[in-house]
Write a protein that binds this ligand. Sequence first.
Ligand code: NIG
Length: 386
Amino acid sequence: MTATLVTGIGELTTNDPELGRLTDAALVLEGTRVVWVGPGARAPDTDERVDVEGRTVLPGWVDSHTHLVFAGDRSSEFAARLAGQPYDAGGIAVTVGATRSAPDHVLAATLRRLVREAVNQGTTCLETKTGYGLTVADETRSARLASEIVDEVTFLGAHVVPSGWSADDYVRLVCGEMLGAVAPYARWADVFCERGAFDAEQCREVLTAADRAGLGLRVHGNQLGPGPGVLLAVEHGAASVDHCTYLTDSDVDALANSDTVATLLPACDLSTRQPLPDARALLDAGATVALASNCNPGSSYTTSMAFCVTTAVLQMGMTVDEAVRAATWGGARALRRESGEDAVGVLRPGARADVHVLDAPSVAHLAYRPGVPLTHAVWRAGRRVR
Ligand code: NIG
């Protein structure tokens, strides 16, 4: 196996508590793994060597919340929103119609294009959800296509109630035949707990059925107003509750005293004209925070994790280090992939060799130079992909 020494690292963020942050550092990648991390002066000899000439290195972004299996465009809905129309998730039905009509190769091409776009900006681990099919066949197809292309697949049959169904009948379908058909392609199940989507009781049914089927749990909660999503997620031991735009003190408290990650989606809040979530309250209380893009054609059409980090720093009171950690280690934790075999979001011996090189002397430049494309090079599982 060829080993590659990445040397000349001006600043190295490892997210490893023992290694911390290093300057004048080096890394060795072998196969799909990191095998050595340390001071450049003590780096071992290897077959190949890449000098990054003083640039910054950090783990690749871990984007733990996207909806990339879709067809169609909702830019006119976006324009209407800018003209004052509120976002109420009603546009999901438009994407469901377009997605159902699209052939497999069109869905796969869009998915690959967006993954490519994300990788080019430093994303090396990506989760995506179903949720624009909402029939047994369309949800299964979405999960199957996603499982061929992304790292982590989430079943979101309980996105909204499709037209022609009563909520109760649809929840029965989701918890029965649909779950059975999709589960072989998915590691996670999610539910949209919101007025206009699913209420607490319906969410409980979905989460209980998914847990019984052996899937890990995630929840879309507290996006458009206060609600029971966060507490439900904590009660069911979900790996994450995503959005968290409207939190009460008891939501913050519950998150701080649980293993459930609060995944914040600032690009979505900006695009839907919601307030930005109170990241400071969560961090100060001791909750684990992740940042993710929520890339989807309705509420957040961006693959840029750097944009999320910049926004978190400039507008949400997170420090650069907190935001970078939330977009790497936090995302990995939200996917329960921060440790063990194939760990992501961290650069230590044994972790997956997911390396992001910034054309900057420090991670602070992500906020200091907003909007500037700083990604210089990317390795994913040891392979140079940019
Ligand atoms: O996370 N909240 C629900 N689902 C997506 C929105 C999907 C859409 O509008 O198409 C979200 O924002």
